[in-house]
Design a protein around this ligand. Sequence first.
Ligand SMILES: NC(=O)c1ccc[n+]([C@@H]2O[C@H](COP(=O)([O-])OP(=O)(O)OC[C@H]3O[C@@H](n4cnc5c(N)ncnc54)[C@H](O)[C@@H]3O)[C@@H](O)[C@H]2O)c1
Length: 410
Amino acid sequence: MNIAVFGLGFVGLTTALGFADKGFSVRGFDINESRRVEISRGKLPFFEPGLDGALARNLGKTFAATDTAEEAAKTSDVCFFCVGTPANADGSADLTHLLSAMDGALAVTAETCVLVVKSTVPPGTLAKRVEPYIREKGRGNPVAANPEFLREGYCWEDFVNPDRIVCGVTDKAARELLSRLYESFGAPVRFVSPSTAEFIKYLSNTLLATLISYSNEMSLIANAVGDIEIANAFHILHEDKRLAGAGIDAYIYPGCGYGGYCLPKDTLALKAVSQANGVKPRSLGEVIALNNKMPEHTAQRIIDAAENNDAKIGILGLSFKPGSDDVRDSSAAKIIKILKEKGYGNIYGYDPLAIDEFRRVYGTDITCCSSANELCGTCDVVAVVTAWEEFKGLDKAFPNVKWVDCRYFL
Ligand SMILES: NC(=O)c1ccc[n+]([C@@H]2O[C@H](COP(=O)([O-])OP(=O)(O)OC[C@H]3O[C@@H](n4cnc5c(N)ncnc54)[C@H](O)[C@@H]3O)[C@@H](O)[C@H]2O)c1
């Protein structure tokens, strides 16, 4: 079976290499030329454990990154669309990349080629936007929704060992093809309607966002009351047998607010869909509102510790979460912006993986340090913004620094 993958980011490259590793013939295309070139040379465009080995094993054998959409799609039996679905200004999902990738595929594929949307798209997108778009072009290709649940930092592990695989189909050929593709993954394949499949992805991400905002709200209350051991309180909460061992602890824990590529835009997109369908999303609205306030709350804790504007402030952790070099919607960027706006100009930053990416995306108006020790030795106030394991214990090594443990983990 020939597979084409559009978009070679975290989801697309993992999908392409995951199927290539299973022995399928996979061709991937990305509109970002430098990304294509890097991948073709065997280099990962981002940090992601396990993907490097999969690229080395499959490049030039079962996997190739092509220079054109046509080369990727022309002989394919199935096309996976893994392009970005960022937020529009009103919070709704921007489908421009998805529809433009589909144009590329439709121009060259046979009518039998199954078009599978793996990008996260709001419920109703396949039925109300994608399928009509394809039919208006006079094409009868089967379509399917197959949302992805992998976590950055664990892309490979999550893709090859999924909890379950969700396939939204109405078409028999699409169902048969997806059954064959996922046969060897050893996970239950749940066939549902396309809108249900799309909805399940938002159920998952909005629940995680809700747990995070709930935890952050509790930490604000606890801080205001005072004399509450916040980290301890949450760890003891996690011992409840209804939670323990479920792997959910990381989300029921306070921090600086959720960031990254998915939760911010996906909560906004579901809110927009909800409103467009006449439902005012009360709890989801508050989850988002509280999250938007978290950088301000966090910056205020740092300012309270700093005492004056000349203080040297260190930000430990620039990526949106530990184990990743992804800085999209990272808390560090939002907190630094607020500190700068409030006149705190001496800001230093360090991250084990994400310094270069942070500089590339947000510019260089902070001083980047080459190690956590250098930062702690330089700064008056140090805020832990991303919970990298290597930051543990630094407060003991640098007792003269004023510590702001924004992740409650030192
Ligand atoms: N990152 C995650 O943890 C994660 C997890 C599950 C689902 N998702 C969803 O998967 C989708 C992709 O996310 P990602 O993190 O992989 O994004 P990404 O930004 O890492 O990758 C998207 C890629 O698509 C490429 N692209 C854009 N338009 C294209 C086109 N017309 N043809 C070919 N390539 C094109 C971009 O250049 C980019 O490399 C999103 O909808 C996201 O919400 C992401």
